[in-house]
Design a binder for this molecule. Structure first.
Ligand code: PAF
Length: 288
């Protein structure tokens, strides 16, 4: 696996692959790789001939009081895992490479970036879309694979790629869960045992919403009520939101909705976790 630190070297690598007629996939990550990330790499290998993974803890998507400095950094293990999964290139820039002195161009998707995570983490999505746009220029991939766990991020990145005519397919990959239902996240490692138990209420809230739909609930308030019915009694979680929305626009459900997404977020001590599921009127889980 090639380890590339300079944007120009990563660009040369990607263009070389394309000239050789190979399909290129990019999996953007912030490292601290877990099974969820590795499943993105496996999916990327199914979709392309050459897979590049970027590892960059992007300072521009963290607020001043967030966990940028303590975000887990496990580079040696990450590289060993990527090599074992058959990634062909790892793009590992430092902050000066991506944001050199004088950097002043931002990419921002209006509307979709303002609610939910955007309201709680002002500026977060502007940082995400800016770095993802840059990464897609550095590694001009045919396909880029993102996890569904960051559901709002996924919609925003799809919108950005469409609006900016970036010739890439944005592929969503399902959430990978621990055996007890907890969605895998690099931030799970911050949790102590009690917090980890409390964190299960997020996936239980999603299950309760799907069960309510299966029982015939189809009004947004009733579906959201099913999520709150799990989150409210859980003393270890301070919920930020639990909403049921249209999965394409994040607007309220229409009368005759056929697909919905439930998005939940909560704090366990200093750790924020998010989770979601897309489901049908009959409560079946659906792809993003
Ligand atoms: O989902 C993430 O890990 C990050 O937001 C991403 C897409 C790699 C951009 O920094």
């Amino acid at each position: 696996m090639k380890e590339l630190h300079r944007a120009s070297d990563a660009q040369d690598w990607a263009f070389e692959q394309r000239r050789a007629g190979r399909r290129v996939a990019l999996v953007p990550t912030m490292g601290a790789l877990h099974e969820g990330h590795l499943s993105l790499v496996r999916r990327a290998r199914e979709l392309a001939d050459a897979v590049a993974v970027s590892i960059f803890v992007n300072p521009k998507q963290f607020g001043p009081n967030e966990d940028y400095h303590r975000y887990p950094r496990t580079m040696a293990e990450d590289l060993a895992r990527l090599e074992a999964e058959g990634a062909e290139a790892a793009f590992l820039p430092d902050a000066d490479e991506m944001y050199p002195e004088g950097f002043r161009t931002w990419v921002s998707v209006e509307g979709l970036s303002d609610a939910l995570e955007g309201a709680i983490r002002p500026g977060h999505f502007r940082g995400v879309t800016t770095i993802v746009a840059k990464l897609l220029h550095v590694v001009p991939a045919h396909v880029a694979v993102f996890g569904q766990k960051d559901f709002q991020q996924l919609l925003i990145i799809r919108q950005m790629a469409h609006d900016l005519n970036i010739p890439v397919t944005i592929e969503a990959h399902p959430i990978v869960r621990e055996a007890d239902g907890l969605a895998m996240s690099s931030r799970n490692r911050y949790l102590d045992e009690a917090q980890r138990q409390s964190a299960l209420s997020l996936s239980r809230a999603l299950a309760a919403v799907r069960a309510a739909a299966a029982d015939g609930a189809d009004q947004q308030d009733d579906l959201e009520g099913a999520a709150w019915g799990v989150l409210d009694p859980e003393p270890g979680v301070v919920p930020d939101y639990a909403v049921v929305l249209d999965p394409d626009t994040l607007s309220p459900l229409s009368e005759g909705w056929s697909r919905a997404v439930c998005l939940v977020a909560g704090r366990l001590g200093a750790t924020r976790l998010i989770d979601n599921c897309v489901f049908s009127r009959a409560g079946e889980e659906l792809p993003a």
